[in-house]
Design a protein around this ligand. Structure first.
Ligand code: SF4
Length: 433
């Protein structure tokens, strides 16, 4: 099976030559080098997420931007970049470890020492204390988590600084602090007769280090899509309600599975007073959901599931819990990337799977398990915009800079933020089902 990038190149070429193509992509601009968007954004002075699933999302002004990549890396052929990356990696040896997220493009994943989800990768880096550099081929919040968990001597490098996460950017520290103040005015700060505080903040791993620190400082906790249920139970033992950010869908799907009625899950819109809620709604709430979402997983729909079932009788539909509730309800099962991988690995007979998560991971699973038929629920090729900003050209650049003794694109989390963020992460690790 060809890579997502190869498929996009082919579709774009066919469209240009014949006006039609086999397959479709949400943006022909994905066929270009990410440095084109870096340059366009620099010239316009407006940060954006670039083509792909998050292209319509508004990037905050403070979103990190990537400076220009030296011309030699933009002009290099795929073969030349492959030769240079391999040579630099060999020269660096154990001094560098390359981490690749499940959603990263194949052209980069082929060089990864570890492939996994964000938390698995941060932990994988811990097994390489001798590595002076951790090159995180994922997005910004993942590199921050790796910096928090690594030693101060280790430099965490994000090959393209514009590889942020539109969902993580939907909750910023100032808006969450403002929300917290308003909630304290309504709920007060005193625990109830059972010792439960009015509200516990819970942040998804897909959030900035500042928000993890906020949770650490305010008796809260971090969750992943694998342990969200356990973490919510932990929070309900200690609090009357939860403020869950940034992903409304993971929060809603998890709380619903725990029996929390939808009426007790108001949404907090940071642009509105009281988040757009009446005071009584908040007083009656069990989970206050932040108005955030992942634009990759928002693309999946019940109509796509119905189409998959009509075209592939017996298909097993598995979706990620960042998908909207109707999609999770209509699927056969829902779970984290790890859950999806394990479900496919556990199937002993050939099965047709329709998967609702990022296309790079789905295509890789299809190649890894040829005995099954595995396809992405979304028929349009539309990768995560920000993961896609990491091109082999950027990887070659950061590696060759390391060989030359220079660290570029280092991600550093301030000490005070690190300490509180670590507290929230440690609470998550200690929370048991
Ligand atoms: S897939 Fe969604 S949550 Fe993950 S990095 Fe991309 S935008 Fe963020």
């Amino acid at each position: 099976m060809s890579s997502v990038n190869t498929a996009i190149q082919l579709i774009t070429r066919e469209q240009a030559e014949n006006g039609a193509a086999r397959g479709s992509t949400c943006s022909p601009a994905l066929a270009k080098g990410p440095w084109d968007y870096d340059l366009a954004e620099a010239l316009a002075g407006i940060p954006a997420y670039g083509p792909g699933a998050s292209s319509a999302d508004v990037a905050p002004a403070a979103t990190p931007r990537q400076g220009q990549l030296p011309e030699e890396y933009k002009r290099a052929t795929d073969a030349e970049l492959a030769r240079r990356i391999t040579a630099a990696k060999a020269t660096l040896g154990d001094r560098a470890v390359i981490l690749g997220h499940f959603y990263q493009r194949d052209e980069v994943i082929q060089y990864a020492d570890f492939v996994g989800d964000s938390f698995q990768l941060a932990n994988a880096a811990l097994t390489k204390p001798e590595a002076e550099a951790i090159i995180f081929c994922g997005v910004h919040f993942m590199a921050e988590t790796a910096d928090i968990l690594s030693t101060p001597e280790q430099a965490v490098i994000l090959p393209n600084l514009a590889a942020g996460c539109s969902m993580a950017d939907m909750a910023d520290a100032d808006s969450v602090a403002e929300c917290w103040e308003q909630l304290e005015e309504i709920f007060g700060t005193e625990p109830d007769a059972d010792g439960r505080v009015p509200v516990i903040p819970v942040t998804y791993m897909n959030s900035s280090a500042a928000l993890k620190a906020f949770c650490g400082e305010h008796g809260g906790i971090v969750c992943t899509s694998s342990n969200a249920k356990t973490v919510l139970e932990w929070a309900f033992e200690r609090g009357q309600r939860v403020l869950f950010f940034p992903d409304q869908h993971l929060g809603r799907n998890t709380a619903k599975a725990l029996g929390v009625p939808l009426e007790q899950m108001p949404m907090w819109n940071p642009r509105k007073d009281l988040g757009g809620n009446a005071e009584q709604q908040l007083l009656d709430s069990r989970v206050i959901l932040w108005h955030g979402f992942c634009s990759v997983h928002k693309r999946f729909s019940v109509a796509q599931i119905e189409q998959a079932r009509a075209e592939h009788p017996g298909v097993q539909v598995i979706v990620h819990p960042e998908c909207p509730m109707e999609v999770v309800d209509a699927a056969d099962s829902a779970g984290s990337t790890d859950f999806i991988k394990k479900a496919i690995a556990a199937a002993t007979e050939p099965i047709t799977f329709a998967i609702g998560t990022e296309i790079n991971m789905v295509n890789r699973l299809a190649a890894e398990y040829p005995q099954h038929t595995i396809f992405c629920l979304d028929p349009v090729i539309c990768p995560c915009s920000t993961m896609y900003r990491i091109h082999p050209g950027y990887l070659a650049w950061v590696l060759e800079e390391l060989v030359a003794g220079r660290v570029v694109n280092r991600i550093t989390v301030a000490d005070a933020v690190q300490a509180n963020a670590r507290t929230a992460l440690e609470r998550m690790l200690a929370a048991r089902p």
